[in-house]
Design a binder for this molecule. Structure first.
Ligand SMILES: C[S@@+](CC[C@H](N)C(=O)[O-])C[C@H]1O[C@@H](n2cnc3c(N)ncnc32)[C@H](O)[C@@H]1O
Length: 227
């Protein structure tokens, strides 16, 4: 059976990094770098979005544990990290509290019971998926969230001048007849439309350059939706 493009893409990328760099460097670069700094900003974002002690969080596309590591040293929660690359998941587990769970799950759905989760987050995940894939994930994330539960995700958009360089680099790869690493932009009006269709309320759409999280900005824009 053909693999999903994202499985093939990320597994090959991580394999290449592990063959060419020391472990910590490879594990940080595989998810975009700045392991400690971005992990803390992501932790501040989910806290801002309402994550509290004792809640259940699913971190979709958790990578090597940037967020799990930052959460582990600051708040006691029930955490499940999902990804498609074993090496990233194993590293994430090694950087997180022992009770955190990690799962390799390769399907366009969420492996959790209906209304069983307080928050789902997906940082820099939908930036690498087709809109139809993102929509299927959002649909199932809505299913697993409890009423009032929140969905937090980051995205790239043409309205943000700082995101243009990502598009330009992807175009350059295409121009050189390379198969580009998928970098997908999602405009705010698409998020509003998907939220309407899926029964989410849009709580806030935050521009990526706003220094709102302990004086820092994530870079990617952020959507906070509520079931
Ligand atoms: C750019 S990294 C971000 C990692 C993490 N969210 C963070 O911010 O540190 C994207 C991650 O999503 C994972 N990924 C990509 N597509 C996925 C999918 N469909 N299901 C689960 N994980 C996926 C990749 O393996 C990679 O670890």
């Amino acid at each position: 059976m053909a693999q999903f493009h994202f499985v093939e893409d990320y597994q090959a990328y991580v394999k290449h990094l592990l063959a060419t760099k020391p472990l910590d460097e490879a594990m940080s670069e595989a998810i975009g770098g700045s392991y400690e700094k971005i992990g803390h900003i992501e932790k501040d974002i989910v806290t801002y979005a309402g994550l509290k002690e004792g809640m259940k969080l699913i971190d979709y596309g958790c990578g090597s544990g940037r967020l799990a590591h930052a959460l582990g040293i600051s708040i006691k929660i029930d955490y499940l990290g999902i990804d498609v690359v074993d090496e990233l998941l194993n590293y994430a587990a090694s950087k997180s509290p022992a009770h955190y769970q990690f799962l390799n799950h390769q399907a366009l759905n969420v492996p959790a019971e209906e209304t069983s989760v307080d928050m789902v987050c997906a940082f820099s995940l939908f930036t690498h998926l087709l809109h139809t894939e993102t929509y299927l994930y959002l649909e199932d994330m809505q299913r697993v969230l409890r009423p009032g539960g929140r969905m937090v995700f980051s995205f790239l958009e043409f309205a943000m001048p700082s995101h243009w360089s990502v598009f330009e680099a992807t175009v350059a790869q295409q121009r050189n007849s390379q198969v580009p690493h998928l970098n997908i932009f999602i405009e705010k009006n698409a998020i509003q439309c998907w939220a309407n269709q899926l029964g989410f309320k849009v709580i806030e759409l935050i521009n990526g350059d706003i220094e709102k999280f302990n004086g820092k900005a994530l870079g990617q824009s952020i959507a906070i939706l509520e079931k």
